[in-house]
Design a protein around this ligand. Structure first.
Ligand SMILES: [Zn+2]
Length: 197
């Protein structure tokens, strides 16, 4: 969706509004969108995960080095207390957790309401049911400066709005390639994401 003004837009008879898209107008447009997608604009914190994982000792229970499994006792400071002798609810008694080892925090403009999605989903996004809550049901879109494209493209999944999601309920997978948009240049990139179970 890159719109290019003609080299001399005011003289183009096929584009009566062409003269409006001069360099000043383009700059105002780009500056306005830049302020929306900036870290201190309308963005929310998100976490990109790149799919590589590692095994760590569970931080919710006392590890039994002899059995190499959970010792069945709560470890002070862990997130989910449980009774001694019970099954650790975090690792289910395994004593170890699989965690992402490469994550990166990033701030993105998230479009939560499917009715406001940019029409760039290449036919994939057709569920545009009303959803005004900041908790998308199925799909979400993110918009950012194009400089974020490589890391967004490399991410295996994303957690949107991590400041309100401590349990990874907002975990999404990418369902489209990044789609570029902007006036006269590919300044921004939009990704469409689908909620993971
Ligand atoms: Zn545990």
């Amino acid at each position: 969706m890159v719109l290019s003004p003609t080299s001399n837009p005011a003289n183009n008879p096929l584009n009566p509004f062409g003269g409006l898209l001069d360099a000043t107008a383009l700059k105002i447009f780009t500056d306005a969108i830049d302020s929306l997608v900036a870290d201190d604009g309308c963005t929310v914190p998100c976490t990109l995960a790149f799919g590589d994982t590692k095994c760590i000792v569970c931080n919710n229970c006392v590890f039994n080095t002899a059995t190499q499994m959970s010792g069945g006792a709560y470890k002070t400071g862990g997130p989910i207390p449980f009774k001694t002798g019970g099954l650790c609810p975090l690792c289910n008694g395994r004593g170890k957790l699989t965690v992402e080892c490469t994550e990166e925090n990033i701030k993105l403009l998230v479009i939560w309401d499917a009715r406001k999605f940019q029409g760039l989903g290449r036919g994939i996004v057709n569920n545009r049911a009303s959803n005004s809550a900041k908790k998308p049901t199925v799909f979400a879109q993110t918009m950012s400066r194009v400089e974020y494209y490589p890391k967004l493209n490399a991410a295996k999944h994303i957690i949107l709005n991590t400041d309100v999601d401590t349990y990874n309920h907002n975990k999404y997978k990418k369902i489209t390639e990044g789609e570029f948009c902007g006036l006269s240049a590919s300044t921004y990139v939009i990704f469409t994401w689908q909620l993971l179970d």
